[in-house]
Design a binder for this molecule. Structure first.
Ligand code: TYD
Ligand code: MG
Length: 452
């Protein structure tokens, strides 16, 4: 195969260069030049646009509405994060730490799908016998799954043209290389160019492709962030070290809701779905303990009971520590300031540690109120009642603001046996709310603190 010409594109200003250099000659940014395959650039000769073929403009109302064909994988938790199944032509990126279970999950998914959709598993990391061993270990009955050990994108695409599968898994994108570039596999330009070729093929042939991506220590998918822009769906595997539970979260989804969660448990026979994970993230103390408040988080369309813990202790250092795990530390600092200003409780000389049980990450503002209550409960050494949940956003003026999905959250708490709930006034359930839970609606932070 003839070598394609390559050039270098600055990631900061987009300028094209013939040669690599440490600094972009155009915008003077450092280390931004990345090798790409040169696209032949046509210039319309003789002025004007006469040589350009024009695309057809349509009115939005005339555009055919085609129902996107979706194939359910048959694993409920995976289908949930995908928004109901795999859409043909969609490119899905799955990221996660090494050893978290990406290959395991995808092998199980392909096996579940095989009957309904022709699939192909391409491995660049493991040998075929390793894949076979894993399939046996997983107890997969269906072993006529097509597998391919290959790392050249061009050859993978050629195989796909022959086999015409409906879904292809590439494990992993970092092992692929394209013959169009000279750089080593795993480099930014290789990963990007390989992914771009696969995305083009997916769209042209309506093949769904799942790309497995490794995650760096910083938590980003290694290689260019641009991978996230190129694909339709980005899923991340999360877990708490030491826990057997794995959470798959949709970060981006053009065919479904974001922030949707799927929960799995890693067993000796692969990943098992946890279809009712609501109580997974509680630590279930025998008696109420200070500094622990249960809240109902909403992850995508799913309400989940989550325990927020705080430990407030006299600081031995000059400036007290503020440490959060699973929560935003800026938010903690802000809430402590609100607690001081509007609750009259000064924690300026105290270390404050905050944690979400079970390795869950809470980004929503509904965690504000439980966090403040947990901090105060720990500070005062006063246990929070074990049958009471709380949720709500806390504003800088000390007001408690409503959050989305109030009734659903209350319903879930009632279902799990909680008897009382402290909620924002505006989230007070309307008449007709079914669920036996006593609702204490508050509009100011002070009201909630008084309750404690
Ligand atoms: P793997 O899917 O290879 O992870 P990734 O592809 O994300 O790197 O998962 C490997 C881990 O899972 C490994 O630590 C062993 C464990 N495991 C089980 O506990 N049970 C099983 O049935 C399998 C196949 C793996
Ligand atoms: Mg793997």
């Amino acid at each position: 195969m003839a070598k394609a010409r390559t050039e270098y594109v600055c990631q900061a200003c987009g300028a094209h260069q013939h040669k690599w250099s440490g600094q972009c000659p155009d915008c003077e940014a450092w280390n931004t030049l990345v090798e790409v395959a040169a696209q032949p650039r046509q210039r319309a000769r003789g002025g004007g646009m006469s040589g350009v073929a024009l695309g057809q403009i349509q009115r939005l109302s005339e555009v055919n509405l085609e129902e996107v064909p979706r194939v359910a994988v048959g694993m409920g938790e995976l289908d949930r994060v995908l928004g109901g199944g795999v859409v043909s032509g969609a490119v899905i990126l799955i990221g996660g730490d090494p050893g978290i279970g990406k290959s395991t999950l995808l092998l199980q998914a392909l096996s579940a799908l095989q009957q309904r959709l022709p699939t192909l598993y391409v491995t660049g990391e493991e040998s075929l016998s390793q894949v076979h061993l894993r399939a046996q270990r997983l107890g997969l009955t269906n072993l006529d799954l097509p597998v391919l050990a290959e790392t050249s994108v061009e050859r993978i695409v050629a195989q796909m043209q022959v086999l015409k599968p409906g879904l292809v898994v590439i494990d992993s994108i970092q092992t692929l290389f394209t013959e169009a570039l000279d750089s080593a596999p795993g480099s930014v330009s290789q990963v990007r160019e390989s992914a771009a070729q696969l995305v083009r093929h997916a769209k042209a042939s309506q093949t769904a492709i799942v790309l497995v991506g490794h995650v760096t220590k910083e938590g980003a998918i290694a290689g260019p962030r641009v991978l996230e822009h190129m694909v339709d769906t980005v899923l991340y595997f999360e877990h708490d070290p030491g826990s057997r539970y794995r959470i798959v979260r949709a970060i981006k989804n053009r065919f479904g809701a974001v922030n949707e969660l799927g929960v799995f448990a890693m067993t000796d026979a692969g990943l098992k779905e946890v279809s009712n994970p609501s109580a997974l993230f509680l630590s279930r103390h025998a008696e109420p303990v200070p500094g622990s408040v249960v809240t109902v988080a909403r992850q995508g369309s799913r309400p989940l009971l989550v325990e927020v813990q705080a430990l407030v202790d006299r600081s031995m250092a000059g400036n007290p520590r503020r440490v959060t795990v699973g929560l935003d530390s800026n938010r903690l600092n802000m809430l402590l300031a609100v607690l001081h200003r509007h609750g009259g409780i000064a924690l300026g000389d105290q270390d404050v540690f905050a944690n979400v049980v079970g390795g869950m990450r809470l980004q929503e503002t509904a965690a504000d109120l439980p966090l403040v209550l947990a901090a105060l409960s720990s500070f005062r050494s006063r246990p929070w009642p074990g049958d009471c949940i709380a949720f709500g956003e806390v504003g800088l003026a000390g007001e408690v603001r409503p959050v989305a999905g109030g009734e659903e959250r209350l319903q879930e708490a009632a279902k799990q046996g909680f008897r009382r709930a402290i909620v924002p006034e505006a989230n007070r359930p309307r008449r007709g709310f079914k669920g036996s839970i006593e609702v204490i609606a508050v509009s100011r932070l002070g009201d909630a603190l008084e309750y404690l």
